[in-house]
Design a protein around this ligand. Structure first.
Ligand SMILES: *Cc1c(COP(=O)(O)O)cnc(C)c1O
Length: 370
């Protein structure tokens, strides 16, 4: 039996939809603004080796990753193009970055000094992005450091700053007062620096705050993979993921039976339970126990009982018995239930659902350049 036939859980990734989402962002920001792609965490768990070449073929030139190893992996599939490493270099890592033509995002005075020292060692100028903290207290240069750099440009000697960027804390909340505050801080700090570099503020949700937030380059991640950058509003992006699992067994239940570990679901009437081959080891969050839903033939069926490592139990009493047989598919993500909706059921965000998708699905890529 072929692996495709014996597989019991399937992850289908629509590469064309991801490319279409990138094009949609490009239209949103217009021709004067570059649309980069954030491809960290292996394209949010969906597979950089297949997705990044398709984005490059569509014209994407700039890619953001989190770590140097992610950058090395992406460099293997995009020989051209700029790859920026959001985490920047720590001691000893600068040579790996230049070897693989990775551009660091410099987040601290230490990283600036390290990169300047590396440029001196190589006796050539090195590109870098500078990340300003404008209100997240996460990565980025703080306001006093920006003042130091403005006062003493020699701190950047050997460094060619190609991009000055910052990141927004509350962009998914339209009308949050922090949004215009961070915009004003970014504008002021980047002017104070006075570098001849392009500017970037926007990730997925920020892009939809309006043209004033676009600057020269935008950095969408989630929106490319079909997550909704506008929570609470219709999703302007196209869904790119379908997640399905086969039913292994269907059983009759009645009172006073219970379902699953901890007996957390008590059967209240005669009915049927379908046991599907998907569990928390596959990234179906245990927090969706007794809260999540699947779809069988487009009909919603609730998760009952606790999600276990490899199995999830659904109440299928409302469906005709012949529609629910071993081998039939239950859909967890796809048409009728987005990753964002599943995330809501699991009390998390779509980002965590995608990046937690397990390794034992049979993965199938639709479309794409190769
Ligand atoms: C992850 C990340 C992005 C992409 O964010 P999305 O919300 O997924 O679009 C952009 N910029 C930085 C600095 C990031 O860490």
């Amino acid at each position: 039996m072929a692996a495709t036939d014996r597989a019991t859980a399937f992850l289908t990734i629509d590469v064309d939809a991801i490319v279409a989402n990138w094009r949609r962002i490009r239209i949103e920001v217009g021709p004067k603004v570059e649309a980069a792609a954030v491809v960290k965490a292996d394209c949010y768990g969906l597979g950089g080796a297949r997705i990044v070449p398709a984005l490059a073929a569509a014209g994407c030139r700039t890619f953001f990753v989190a770590t140097i190893d992610e950058g090395i992996a992406i460099r293997k599939v995009v020989p051209e193009g700029v790859i920026l490493v959001l985490g920047g270099p720590l001691d000893g890592a600068a040579a790996d970055m230049t070897e693989h033509r990775l551009t660091p995002v410099l987040n601290s005075p230490e990283q600036i000094a390290l990169w300047a020292g590396h440029a001196q060692t190589l006796s050539r100028p090195l590109d870098a992005a500078l990340h300003l903290d404008t209100g997240m207290s996460r990565l980025g240069l703080d306001t006093p450091t920006v003042a130091c750099l403005a006062a003493d440009p020699s701190l950047l000697s050997g460094i060619t700053p190609t991009l000055v960027m910052s990141h927004m804390a509350c962009a998914d909340e339209l009308g949050h007062p922090k949004n215009p505050e961070q915009l004003a801080t970014f504008t002021a700090l980047s002017q104070q620096l006075g570098l001849n570099a392009r500017l970037s503020l926007g990730a997925s949700s920020t892009i939809f705050l309006g043209a004033g937030y676009h600057f020269d380059l935008v950095r969408p991640g989630a929106a490319l993979y079909g997550l909704n950058p506008l929570p609470g509003q219709p999703n302007p992006m196209t869904s790119a993921v379908r997640l399905e699992a086969k039913i292994l067994q269907v059983r009759d239940v009645d009172t006073p039976m219970t379902v699953g570990y901890g007996a957390s679901h008590r059967v209240s009437a005669r009915g049927r339970i379908a046991v599907a081959a998907v569990g928390y080891a596959d990234g179906l969050f245990r927090s969706a126990s007794n809260r999540g839903f699947g779809l069988i033939g487009g009909k919603r069926v609730p998760v009952v009982g606790r999600i276990s490592m490899d199995l999830t139990t659904f109440d299928v009493s409302a469906l005709p018995p012949d529609a629910v047989q071993p081998g039939a598919l239950i859909q967890l993500i796809g048409h009728g239930q987005s990753a964002d909706e599943l995330a809501g059921q699991a009390q998390t965000i779509g980002y965590e659902i995608l990046t937690a998708l397990g390794r034992r699905y049979l993965r199938n890529y639709e479309g794409g350049a190769c």
